[in-house]
Design a protein around this ligand. Structure first.
Ligand SMILES: [Fe+2]
Ligand SMILES: [Fe+2]
Length: 310
């Protein structure tokens, strides 16, 4: 299955060199619906996005010489271009947070130390397996958010336009780092072992470790005892739309030997965004609105649980 499916959507992975000029006027202190707990949950992820993007870019770049398939190589290069621009724009978003007094820079600095250590001591192939696992996480998060834009109802429109552009591109290239790893490392048992090891680490240590920066940010913000905000976050993560519970259901299928990221083909959702983006010559705000309208007309398109059903 993996070999048959793996070139889905390669022609759609394109570099959009967009600039959003994020600053404190667009990124408020509690930018996610003016709600501290959910803001800091997202901050605990987004604080390491720029450096995490650089890691996956470097990982793909290091594997390019080992690739046998020109289509995978071309998609890998396009992937690097997309992630470089994501890192640049999220650097600005995080800088705005730091200007509000939110210590996102301290979290990123710690992550960078760990990233450099792992890059130094881990094989290129194992780093490729980590990149593939990390991209499954970002693709899963993106799929849930793309299908539930109402989750961001009280968020600055320009900011959510930027975030949804990123969610769209994470979906466009969701199989690329996986295919690069598979093409470079092969489909044998050793490659399978590496990719399940990387995902096991992400699931059992990586995700729980995110709790540390999350509670650190809440503590620094004096919001640890904001119970009503905590309740809203639990509802968003586990009930409606259930970001983490859907991630839980999309986690196990990754361990199947024939798994491929496009087993959940959710391109129809990003096509709604891209049609309007192309029609308006690159207006991400209108593309966001078009996605919202399309989802209202096509509620059956919600596919976030597709892996579990398959
Ligand atoms: Fe990205
Ligand atoms: Fe990505």
């Amino acid at each position: 299955m993996a070999l048959v499916n793996r070139k889905i959507g390669y022609d759609e992975v394109e570099t959009r060199d967009l600039k959003f000029y994020m600053d404190t006027t667009k990124v408020s202190r509690h930018w996610f619906n003016e709600d501290p707990w959910m803001t800091h949950f997202m901050n605990s992820i987004l604080s390491v996005v720029p450096d995490g993007e650089r890691w996956v870019m470097q990982s793909v770049r290091k594997q390019l010489d080992k690739l046998t398939d020109p289509a995978v190589r071309k998609a890998g290069i396009e992937f690097i271009h997309q992630e470089r621009i994501h890192a640049r724009e999220h650097d600005l978003m995080n800088k705005a947070g730091v200007e509000h007094g939110v210590p996102l820079d301290k979290i990123e600095n710690v992550f960078t130390v760990g990233r450099k250590f792992l890059q130094k001591h881990m094989s290129v192939s194992m780093q490729g397996a980590f990149a593939a696992a990390g991209e499954h996480f970002t693709a899963t998060l993106s799929s849930v958010m793309l299908e539930h834009p109402e989750t961001f109802d009280e968020t600055n429109h320009e900011l959510k336009s930027m975030l949804f552009w990123h969610f769209v591109e994470e979906t466009e290239h969701k199989s690329v780092s996986y295919d690069v790893f598979t093409d470079a490392a092969g489909n044998g048992k050793a490659a399978y072992f590496k990719r399940v090891l990387a995902m096991s680490y992400m699931g059992t240590l990586g995700l729980p470790m995110m709790a540390v920066p999350f509670f650190y940010l809440l503590w620094k913000d004096k919001e640890l005892t904001n119970i009503s905000s905590a309740k809203r976050m639990v509802k968003t993560l586990f009930v409606d739309p259930g970001v983490m519970s859907k991630f839980g259901r999309m986690f196990l299928p990754y361990f199947h030997p024939d798994f491929h990221p496009w087993d959940d083909d959710n391109r129809a959702v990003i096509h709604a965004w891209k049609r309007e983006f192309d029609r308006t010559g690159g207006d991400t705000a209108k593309a966001f609105d078009a996605l919202v309208a399309w989802l209202e007309e096509n509620p059956e398109a919600i596919t976030a649980n597709a892996y579990a059903v398959a």
